[in-house]
Design a binder for this molecule. Structure first.
Ligand SMILES: Cc1ncc(COP(=O)(O)O)c(C=O)c1O
Ligand SMILES: N[C@@H](CCOP(=O)(O)O)C(=O)O
Length: 417
């Protein structure tokens, strides 16, 4: 395993978070000697496993993620193994013939972060760390707190003091983390950790850590396996720090290089308008990202103005002939209402995918006959304020759906009939 800088291509034999030039590092693994058909058989055989780490939807692909780690050192909660659903209601809303929804919201802590966090915490513990850290809008911290406690280790997390969901902070707290509430955004927190974690003896579990990206690759491995190694024409992901789209690109390139798939899907990255520095870079034809100093979107998980992984995201779009798109908060919340009412459900940030799909269909960038998968990144109950604001406050489309308790039996009968 080698660590290669995505900016200057410098190679490191030992683990570190970033290059001497501050560029992000990619883990490079030598897959020569691995045979596609043997891998397919191996991954398939592990589907019946229930007790070993291979029962996890991440560690099932250990050979492609973290081959050297001892099975006994793995910290797992059998993450992954999430549902893939088809919804006519969501397809009709987006304007496509069909759409698949991959529900990472069904992960143990309720978000896609678990796919990466199991690997980061396993790696940190294997190096002998017993203090773990992250900065977070709430999902990364909930995931870290869960795995750190599972491993009997301590976690110290930094969360912005506003514009985040209380549900996530409480989940993080309840899982046993020590929480620091900070002035500023995720962007300020990550800078603080880059400068201070070593002095504090903390192992960083944000996505600047390349082991997080290795774990998150499993989302597309699992999607490919369940679809018999034939991916849809498009995959949609929401973008904040841009770890998910980076991992998606890396996973796709692994699958293609190994011969596990013979065609790459196009990737569509969807940002919220108020926090869309990557979209703006692409739309304006620029080649370097300009940070947004005051990002704001109601989809609080996407409140990131200076996404560390932008260079890796750029590579994903380049390699997959992908596109970037931005959507308003209103578009996100309307799409979320459709996903929720379809019985699948998600938090606001995840719904950016369907809102983005609807926009690209209306712009005829996605054809209605093309096949699409949207990655739903977080659970509906992660932000109950968003549910209350949408459904229960006055003048909202669904606020009339709750039937007042003053109704008589005859009134109720009339409604149900
Ligand atoms: C639910 C949810 N969706 C989407 C994102 C954005 O993903 P990324 O930061 O990897 O771009 C996040 C946070 O990162 C998130 O918590
Ligand atoms: N929405 C994220 C922010 C991105 O964090 P990272 O884990 O990719 O560094 C969160 O849940 O904190």
């Amino acid at each position: 395993m080698k660590f290669v800088c995505v900016e200057c291509s410098k190679v490191f034999a030992e683990f570190r978070y970033t290059c001497t030039c501050n560029g992000m590092l990619d883990i490079f693994q030598d897959f020569s000697g691995l045979d596609a058909e043997e891998l397919k058989r191996l991954f398939q055989s592990r589907l019946s496993d229930r007790l070993s780490p291979y029962a996890s939807g991440v560690w099932r692909y250990k050979e492609l993620i973290f081959p050297d780690v001892e099975d006994s050192a793995i910290v797992t909660k059998y993450e992954g193994n999430t549902g893939l659903y088809r919804s006519d209601a969501v397809a009709s809303y987006a304007g496509t013939r069909s759409v698949w929804l991959k529900a990472q919201s069904e992960n143990p802590s309720g978000s896609f972060k678990d796919n990466g966090m199991t690997v980061a915490v396993t790696h940190g513990r294997s190096l002998g760390y017993d203090r773990f850290t992250c900065t977070s809008t709430g999902n990364t911290s909930s995931s870290l707190a869960m795995y750190a406690s599972l491993a009997g280790r301590k976690s110290y997390v930094f969360v912005p003091n506003k514009n985040i969901s209380l549900n996530k902070v409480l989940q993080t707290l309840a899982y046993g983390a020590n929480i620091f509430s900070i002035e500023g955004t995720y962007d300020h927190g990550i800078k603080f950790l880059e400068e201070n974690s070593e002095k504090l003896g903390l192992y960083i579990c944000n996505s600047i850590n390349p082991f997080r990206i290795e774990g998150q690759k499993s989302i597309v491995y699992e999607l490919a396996q369940v679809m018999s190694w034939k991916l849809p024409d498009w995959i949609f992901v929401p973008g904040g720090a841009l770890s998910n789209v980076s991992a998606l690109g890396k996973g796709l390139s692994d699958l293609y290089a190994l011969g596990l798939i013979d065609k790459l899907p196009r990737v569509a990255l969807v940002q919220a308008e108020g926090a869309s520095p990557f979209y703006k870079m692409v739309a304006e034809g620029k080649t370097a990202l300009e940070a947004e100093p005051n990002p704001y979107t109601r989809a609080s998980a996407l409140n990131i103005g200076d996404p560390p992984s932008w260079r890796k995201a750029q590579r994903t779009l380049h390699e997959t002939n992908g596109v970037a798109v931005s959507v308003t908060d209103e578009e996100i919340l309307n799409a979320k209402a459709v996903i929720d009412a379809s019985g699948i459900g998600c938090e606001p940030a995840s719904a950016a995918t369907v809102a983005g799909l609807r926009k690209l269909v209306s712009q005829q960038i996605v054809d209605k006959d093309e096949t699409v998968a949207c990655i739903l990144t977080g659970n509906m109950l992660k932000d109950t304020d968003a549910l209350r604001e949408y459904h229960l406050e006055d003048n909202k489309p669904f606020s009339n759906k709750i039937i007042p308790s003053s109704l008589t039996y005859d009134d109720i009968f009339a409604v149900i009939k």
